[in-house]
Design a binder for this molecule. Sequence first.
Ligand code: ZN
Ligand code: ZN
Length: 425
Amino acid sequence: MPPKPPRWRPPSSVEERLKATGEASAQLLRCWECIPPLPPPRAGEWLAAAQPGARDRRGQSFADFSRPGPHRTFPSRQQQKIYLTPLGAADAAPAWAALAGALAACFSLPVCALPSRLPREELAALARDACGAGYGEQLEAPSVHALLARHRPRDAFALVAYAADDLCDSSKGFSFLFGQANLDKGTAVVSFARYQDAMPSLTLRRCALVLCHEVGHLFGIKHCIWGRCIMNGSNHLEEADSRGFALCPVELCKLASSLAAVQPLDATAREEAMLRWLGAHGLHADAEESRQRLRLMRGETEAATEVATPPPFVLPDERYDRRTCGMERRLLARLRAATSEGAESVRALLEPTLASLPDNTRIMVAPPLGKPTAVLGSFIDPSVIVWLLLDPLDVDSKQVTYCRLEAPEAIQLFEALYKWAPFLT
Ligand SMILES: [Zn+2]
Ligand SMILES: [Zn+2]
C-alpha cells in the first residue's frame, strides 16, 4: 500500500504567516501573537479532505490578493457606503444599529439604512425552496442578489441584507448557506435562521460576525487559513462559533490596501472601535482579545505580560517579586529550534538546565495568552519561576523572572538570572 500522505494542517508557523502577510508594518505583524492557529480540520469541517472548502487550503496571501483581476472591489470616494437592510420582516434579528455598528467598526466605512423598505411584492416574488433543509422554507440566494442589485443606491460600496429565512443556492448545489456575497453585484445576503441562542449576546455575535465575513468577501477577500479569523470558512454552527471576532494581519493588509482610495486605514483606531463595540454588547472574551491586540499594536508588550492569563498553576501571586528582561540570544536560538520540533524537544533542552538553578525552581515556556509549551521543575509552590516568552516575530522575546525569596538572596538571584544564559557555547 502506498504510504498515507501526511495529514494536512493549516499553516501557522511564523514563517508561513509572515510570507502570507508580506510587507506589513511591525504594528500589524505584532498582532499575529493574538491570532491562535487553526486546528487541523476534523471530518465534516470546512477544510477537511473531500469538503468543498478543501480547495481553500492554498489560502489567499496578501500577494495573491494584490494581483490585479476581477476578484476585487474597492470603495471609492463616490461609493463608500455599506447599506444594511433586513430582507422583509426579520423581527427576531438583533437590532439594526447593533449590526451596523459591527460593520462600521470592522471596515472603517459608513453604514447606512436604505432610504426606503424593499418592496413587498418583490420580496414575495423571490425564488424559494419549499422543502428546505430543516429550518423551514429557504430563499434561493441568486434571486436575492438580483433583487438587491435593483435597489443598490448609487453611492453604495455594498448592499447587505439579512433574512430570518434559511438560505440556499440550489444552482450551485448548496443545500444551505449562512451567507453569500456576490462580488459582481456588490451585494451580500446572510441568513440568521440558524443563529438563535438563549443568550442574546451569542446570537448577536453570530449575526454580526457573518455580516462582517460576507462584507469581507465583497472586497475580494477569500477564506483565511492562517489563524482564527473572521474570514475562516465554516460548515456548521460549532465551527462558525470557533472563529475569532478579529481580522488577522493578512486581512488587515488587504483591507488597508482596499481602503487606500478613501482614507488610509488607521489600524489602531479601527481596533479601538472594535473594542468599544465588543464591550458594549457583552462579548467579553472577544473584547479581551481586542484589548490585547491594541496593546500589541501600541507596543505595550510589558502590559501584555501583565494581563497574561496562562493557566492558574503558572500564574504567580503577589508574594513574588518580578523582573523582566530580553531573552538571551543563544537561549533564544536553541529554544526557537526546539519549539519548532515540539514540546518534547523543549523539555529535553531545558531539563538539564534545572540542575544549575536553585532548588524549587520552575521553568515555563509559555505565550502571554493560552497554553504553555512546556513547564518543568517544581510544580508546588516554587520559590523561583523563570518564564520564557517566545515572541513569534522575535522582536520581543522575553524572560520574566519571579522570585519570592527575601533580600539579599532575591537581589542576587535576579542578578544571576538576568538574561539567563544556560548555553554558553
Ligand atoms: Zn465565506
Ligand atoms: Zn485571516
